[in-house]
Ligand binder design. Structure first.
Ligand code: C2E
Ligand code: MG
Ligand code: MG
Length: 232
């Protein structure tokens, strides 16, 4: 019932380069409750996961994103994929055929899966990253570093971007341990030929340190809050 399209909202947050130019946007899902208040993923995703509704949410995000991309050929959007969707072959194939049917340039769309999801479903993740990249779409590994498993599997995942988890970026201006960790992650990512995106860039001091560390891109409240596309 909560999945009715009229309850469903998408916000878009920009990812910027060091000059402030927009690389692409990330689509972030919200739900409208009975009172017209917005509900955030932290509230409804645990429930949606419990009732196996994440694939339905991911499908709605793709449908709505494709409609927006059709109207602006210069727009690029990355969307999140849940682990459950990744495990459903017919859904992943539906994603591929929907992109083709929409007539958009496949380079206008990209996908994010979390590091944790990728490790948990390594073979499936590898396979779908390759297929969607062959189709021309972008790919990012989300929330990187929290699993802190190892870098060894990273070169087996052919993602374009590695998104350094927000917990390492927040307070980067006051925490030297975090500075060292971000430096290590960034160097490893670059060595493997991946571009890096820092999440949770919340102030100018952090953004400046990220330049110093040569992190490629940033995303966060300081660089632009998630908003509906029409008011960007
Ligand atoms: P994520 O993909 O890592 O998205 C980034 C989250 O960080 C978003 O939270 C965003 O609003 C928030 N954020 C952005 N900048 C800042 C900042 O400067 N400071 C802080 N503290 N937070 C910032 P949001 O929208 O609540 O989404 C939370 C998570 O829910 C996402 O994390 C993603 O894993 C999941 N999610 C969101 N939309 C979708 C979707 O359409 N499909 C799937 N499968 N998952 C989604
Ligand atoms: Mg994401
Ligand atoms: Mg993230």
């Amino acid at each position: 019932d909560n999945l009715e399209n009229n309850r469903f909202r998408l916000h878009f947050q920009p990812i910027r380069d060091a000059e402030g130019e927009i690389l692409h946007y990330e689509a972030l899902v919200r739900m409208m409750d009975e009172n017209g208040d917005l509900l955030y993923p932290a509230v409804f995703i645990p429930l949606a996961e419990k009732y196996n509704l994440m694939p339905e949410i991911d499908k709605l995000v793709l449908k709505n994103t494709l409609e927006i991309l059709k109207q602006d050929k210069n727009l690029k959007v990355f969307m999140n994929l849940s682990g459950e969707s990744l495990g459903r072959c017919e859904l992943m194939e539906w994603i591929g055929s929907s992109i083709i049917a929409s007539g958009i340039d496949p380079g206008q769309i990209g996908f994010e899966i979390t590091e944790t999801t990728a490790i948990r479903n390594l073979e499936t993740a590898k396979e779908w990253i390759i297929k969607l990249k062959e189709a021309g779409c972008g790919f990012a590994l989300d929330d990187f570093g929290v699993g802190f498993s190892s870098f060894s599997y990273l070169d087996t995942l052919s993602v374009d971007y590695l998104k350094i988890d927000g917990s390492f970026i927040k307070n980067l201006d006051s925490d030297t341990t975090k500075f060292t960790l971000v430096q290590a992650i960034n160097t490893a990512a670059h060595t493997l030929g991946k571009k890096t995106i820092a999440e949770f860039v919340e102030n100018e001091a952090v953004w400046r340190i990220l330049h110093e560390l040569k992190v490629d891109y940033g995303q966060g409240y300081y660089l632009g809050k998630p908003k509906p596309m029409e008011v960007q």
